[in-house]
Design a protein around this ligand. Structure first.
Ligand code: SF4
Ligand code: SF4
Length: 120
């Protein structure tokens, strides 16, 4: 009780804690990179209508980055990914205090590209 009064005194606000609602299982929420291998094929980069997925190539590695700041949750990236490296979740909450958390990365190496028979 004392903690509540202290908080109201400090923040000058009275808030009611409400449980956040889980979206239905089949709700199309944010895409995430899973554990499956990324071949660096760039199909997701090309198909993304919001240009939320970018592709960076360094000496021996390829990084595919997905930004939730522009993603519109359309699900196309997951549809075109042949290895299911991206999949759609039912998560819709993106609030964070750290902007860096709004970008997720997936590594694909040249070795994987060669195994997949693709050329960079
Ligand atoms: S869900 Fe749609 S907008 Fe978001 S990264 Fe995938 S293709 Fe782009
Ligand atoms: S995440 Fe999938 S579609 Fe995108 S580059 Fe990797 S393998 Fe290709």
């Amino acid at each position: 009780m004392f903690d509540i009064i202290k908080k109201i005194w400090k923040t000058k606000t009275v808030t009611k804690t409400e449980l956040l609602t889980e979206a239905p299982e089949r709700f199309r929420g944010k895409p995430i990179f899973g554990s499956n291998e990324c071949t660096g094929c760039q199909a997701c980069t090309t198909a993304c209508p919001a240009k939320a997925i970018t592709f960076q190539q360094n000496d021996d590695a390829i990084t595919v980055s997905l930004s939730y700041t522009t993603c519109i949750f359309c699900g196309i990236c997951a549809e075109v990914c042949e290895t299911n490296a991206i999949h759609i979740t039912n998560e819709y909450r993106l609030a964070t205090k750290n902007k860096n958390e709004l970008t997720v990365n997936k590594q694909a190496t040249f070795a994987k590209l060669l195994t997949a028979g693709k050329e960079v």
